[in-house]
Design a protein around this ligand. Structure first.
Ligand code: G3P
Ligand code: MG
Length: 243
């Protein structure tokens, strides 16, 4: 039997802007709308628990205040992140597993916690192996290196908002299978060069299907999209490609 094609449309920050970002409600919404893959951001609480949140501070997405990295679990899980507490990483992965969603786990350490964040995420994955297919990504080279050592068989992508001079050598050293690039960096020449190096390219963050069509036309493998409802026919086509 042929393996199904990998998902092309990734729901950005769980549900993105349609549901509160980085929540279980967002992941449920993505599944309900037909998406096969979700991206979410993972950081450590002050107690060292991996949780879904984007910012290093609580103000924008919860009713709390202060730094995520200094808020312990008792305080963090008492907060409202949009009708629910900030989800634990393990809960989100299990939910993705229930829906058959590919989870793109963006390891997003608070500054200074790069190593610990990747280590804790890896430890939770090892404790819950079969939960869901996983694709890791991170802007942090340290986090990617730790994941490579701790979970060598699970795929990793390097997130880049700018292309450093040493990106080719670093991508090889980090053993990543893909670059997840800011949309502004993506050119046909770069996508071709990446293909020659065995690297898939995915682009973040798209708001229009026309742009997705263009990117797929130049060989981009996947796109992070938001808001989700602008891409409903595309998400369904992605699903029907499973066969
Ligand atoms: O993983 C793609 C994208 O989520 C990276 O940017 O800031 O939305 O986490 P950000
Ligand atoms: Mg992200």
């Amino acid at each position: 039997m042929l393996a199904p094609p990998p998902p092309r449309y990734f729901a950005h920050r769980g549900g993105g802007t349609l549901a509160p970002e980085n929540t279980l409600a967002g992941i449920r919404l993505a599944a309900r709308l037909g998406y096969r893959a979700v991206e979410f951001d993972v950081m450590l609480s002050g107690s060292g628990t991996p949780v879904l949140i984007h910012d290093e501070t609580l103000e924008r997405t919860t009713n709390g205040s202060g730094a995520v990295a200094t808020t312990d679990d008792a305080a963090l899980f008492a907060l409202d992140a949009g009708g629910e507490p900030p989800p634990r990483f393990a809960q989100a992965v299990r939910l993705c597993g229930e829906f058959g969603l590919l989870a793109n786990v963006e390891v997003k350490p608070a500054s200074g916690f790069e190593r610990q964040t990747a280590q804790r995420v890896a430890a939770e994955v090892r404790a819950d192996w079969l939960a869901s297919p996983l694709l890791f990504s991170s802007f942090s080279r340290t986090a990617l290196q730790v994941l490579q050592a701790e979970l060598p068989d699970l795929p990793r992508a390097w997130l880049l908002a700018a292309l450093p001079d040493d990106w080719r050598a670093e991508a090889r050293r980090l053993g990543v299978v893909a670059l997840h690039l800011d949309l502004a960096l993506v050119t046909p020449a770069l996508v071709r060069e990446c293909a020659g190096l065995g690297l898939a390219v995915r682009a973040y963050t798209l708001q229009t299907p026309a742009l997705a069509d263009y990117l797929f036309g130049i060989g981009v493998a996947g796109v992070f999209v938001d808001p989700l409802d602008r891409f409903l026919p595309q998400a369904l086509a992605d699903r029907s490609a499973i066969g």
